[in-house]
Every structure is written in structure tokens, then in C-alpha cells.
Design a protein around this ligand. Structure first.
Ligand code: 13P
Length: 398
């Protein structure tokens, strides 16, 4: 087929572009199929990226049984809020001390397959002078990097937002790969109370798809995260309806952008009622709705679904994940939690060096609980009161 399309392309006005592409080093070729003729669907040329195999391998490694992702990619501003909650100043030294504690928790790699870092941490060393990235790799944890540049108001919408960061992204992703990152994250949000408008959903989906294609081009597995915010008093059916729309659009544009589905990971919100809805859902209901959504919208080629916690309590997030793993799924169904892995750990630490070990033990308790939930074997016994406290913050920004 490649030879046939090459012949076809010779007489096409767009040949030059394709041949130009073919002349590039494979390292820069994108990971999938590229249509080179605007009218004839048969005029396809296949450009297998030299990264394709690696992307698939990385995604599979992260989506390995009993493991999930530690999201520790809070921006400096958000990390500052976390540190403030335990009475610490938002200095680079304090952020470094906290992140050192997290990455060096002994045996963390048994439960954690990937860690998402903020740019500062990717280039930072631990308090004892080792590169954070090296500590993760020694722990058998794949380093990842948050690459979006955050949310700003979306003009022409109903007070909604869009996610920035595409400009210059390919040079950043190439540099992050050189620094040791092997996967990336881009988080955009959709608000149910504000619509969501068709414009906001389309913008979110298109941005995610462009980012995913660019990341794969640099050898980074993209985590595709259109977070449907918990804000609102709507019921679970409304969340389900919006989630169906959002994921339909996301996959439409991922395909349009020739993204290799085997080399991506998803980071969805679970399907729950809005945080201010008077009806609460049981883990069984959350699992039923969420799995129904995934079955309808997510191709089995996608290796892993790594949920965000979104303001659920630590225990709630674990119970919901466990309920989704009671029977086999076509994809690895796991976690990529920030708050639901770190909350009790951060409180236990409290910024005191003498508490580092206890805080690491608390992190390991949560990581293990979610590992069991990934395997469908979590019982919920012996959890602390702190771990049961919800963490929803209205209008939360990450
Ligand atoms: P939460 O689990 O706190 O919602 O954070 C997830 C996230 O998006 C970070 O990558």
C-alpha cells in the first residue's frame, strides 16, 4: 500500500509536501497514518514513526497490573496552596523537600508505574543531590511531565475556559524526552453548570488531539485528560450525557490527527453526580455509569484508563476504582490521582523532617489500596477518618 500510494502521490499537487515529509528523519515523523491527498481516500501513505514501538511499550508499562500513576505535577501556585495548608512557605526548597519525600518512598514502584512531574521537578535534584528522574527510574517508575500551560477564559463562550500550551510544544516535548520524560499530560476542563457550550467542547477536544499528536512525535505517550468538573448540582445522568459528547468529540479529533491509539492513555473523570447534587451515588452506581460510558466511547486499542480523583475523598476514589474492576475490562482501568494519593501523606508530613518516614508510609498505604482496587481486591477496611474526608473545592484550578 505504501508503494501504491507513493505512485499516486507523484501526480498529486500535494506530493511535494508528502515527499518533504518522507525526507525527514524518522525521529520526526508522526506516529500513524497520514492522508496526503485531499480528495482520494485511497491516497494514504503510512509513516511508521521510529517511536511507535516505544510509545506502545511505554503505555503498556504504565498500564501494568496492580499499578497506576502518582500525579505530583501541581504547578508552583497549586503546590503553594498545598504547602500553605500545612503552614509552609512556597519556596523551591520546600517543594523540593516534599517531592523528594514522594519519589523516594521505599518500594513505591510496586504500586506506582508512572509519576507526572511539573517542569521544575523534571529538572530538579532531590535534597541529597540525585536527579528526581533517576530516583524514579531506580524505583521502576516512568517519569512523565505536565506540558499544558493552564486554563484561561474562552472568549465567546459561557464563562468557560480553554487550555493553552500548543505554541512551541514540539520543542518542549523534545527537550522533556531528552531529560528522561516518557509520557506527558495535558489537562483541559469542561464545566457542566456553564453549558458546556459546543464551542468549549470542540476547543477542548481539538487542543487535546493536537497535543497528543505532537507528544507522540517526540516519543512521549500523551495522557488525554478532558476533566469534566465535579462542580454543579446536576444528577449522574447529566454527567453521563455530557461525558458521552465530550469523549465522542475527543476521539473524533484524535483520529483526525492520526494519533496512534495504542500509544495513548486516558485520564477521565468518573461519572458521578455533581458535587452539590442532593443524591449521592454508591460505588456500584459510579462504576456502572462509568463503565457504560467507556464501553460506548473508548476503543479497545487504548491500553489504559487512568482516572483522576477530582475532589473525591481518598477512600471514595479507591472504592469507586475497585467497583470498576470486579470483572475484566478491555483496557487497564486504574488511577492517576493527585489529591487522593497525597492528602494524608502531606498532612502527616506537616513539613517536619522527623515525620518523613511516617508520611512515606501513609503514601504507600494509599498506593497499595489503589493497587488492590486496580485488581478489584480492595476491601476498604481499616481506613483512617482523614482518608474519608472529601476534597472538593468549588471552581478548583489545578
Ligand atoms: P486529582 O486526582 O487531584 O483530581 O488530580 C488529577 C490531575 O489532574 C493531576 O494530573
Amino acid at each position: 500500500m505504501a508503494a501504491a500510494s507513493a505512485t499516486l502521490l507523484k501526480s498529486s499537487p500535494v506530493v511535494e509536501k508528502c515527499e518533504w515529509v518522507k525526507g525527514q528523519s524518522l525521529r520526526h515523523a508522526s506516529a500513524a497514518f497520514v492522508r496526503c491527498h485531499p480528495t482520494s481516500p485511497s491516497a494514504l501513505t503510512v509513516r511508521a514513526s521510529s517511536y511507535a514501538d516505544e510509545l506502545v511499550k511505554t503505555a503498556k508499562t504504565i498500564a501494568s497490573p496492580g499499578r497506576g500513576i502518582l500525579a505530583m505535577d501541581e504547578s508552583n501556585a497549586t503546590c503553594g496552596k498545598r504547602l500553605d495548608s500545612i503552614g509552609l512557605e512556597n519556596t523551591e526548597a520546600n517543594r523540593q523537600a516534599y517531592r523528594t519525600l514522594l519519589v523516594s518512598a521505599p518500594g513505591l514502584g510496586e504500586y506506582i508505574s508512572g509519576a507526572i512531574l511539573f517542569e521544575e521537578t523534571l529538572y530538579q535534584s532531590t535534597t541529597d543531590g540525585k536527579k528526581m528522574v533517576d530516583v524514579l527510574v531506580e524505583q521502576n517508575i516512568v517519569p512523565g511531565i505536565k506540558v499544558d500551560k493552564g486554563l484561561v477564559p474562552l472568549p465567546g463562550s459561557n464563562n468557560e475556559s480553554w487550555c493553552q500550551g500548543l505554541d512551541g510544544l514540539s520543542s518542549r516535548t523534545a527537550a522533556y524526552y531528552r531529560q528522561g520524560a516518557r509520557f506527558a499530560k495535558w489537562r483541559t476542563v469542561v464545566s457542566i453548570p456553564n453549558g458546556p457550550s459546543a464551542l468549549a467542547v470542540k476547543e477542548a477536544a481539538w487542543g487535546l488531539a493536537r497535543y497528543a499528536a505532537i507528544s507522540q512525535d517526540s516519543g512521549l505517550v500523551p495522557i488525554v485528560e478532558p476533566e469534566i468538573l465535579l462542580d454543579g448540582d446536576h444528577g449522574i445522568d447529566r454527567t453521563f450525557e455530557v461525558a458521552q459528547k465530550v469523549w465522542a468529540e475527543v476521539f473524533f479529533y484524535l483520529a483526525e490527527n492520526n494519533v496512534l491509539f495504542e500509544g495513548i492513555l486516558l485520564k477521565p473523570s468518573m461519572v458521578t453526580p455533581g458535587a452539590e447534587c442532593k443524591d449521592k451515588a454508591t460505588p456500584q452506581q459510579v462504576a456502572d455509569y462509568t463503565l457504560k460510558l467507556l464501553h460506548r466511547r473508548i476503543p479497545p486499542a487504548v491500553p489504559g484508563i487512568m482516572f483522576l480523583s477530582g475532589g473525591q475523598s481518598e477512600v471514595e476514589a479507591t472504592l469507586n476504582l475497585n467497583a470498576m474492576n470486579q470483572s475484566p475490562n478491555p483496557w487497564h482501568v486504574s488511577f492517576s490521582y493527585a489529591r487522593a494519593l497525597q492528602n494524608t501523606c502531606l498532612k502527616t508530613w506537616g513539613g517536619r523532617p522527623e515525620n518523613v518516614k511516617a508520611a512515606q508510609d501513609t503514601l504507600l498505604v494509599r498506593a497499595k489500596a489503589n493497587s488492590l482496587a486496580q485488581l478489584g481486591k480492595y476491601t476498604g477496611e481499616g481506613e483512617s477518618e482523614e482518608a474519608k474526608k472529601g476534597m472538593f473545592v468549588k471552581g478548583y484550578v489545578y
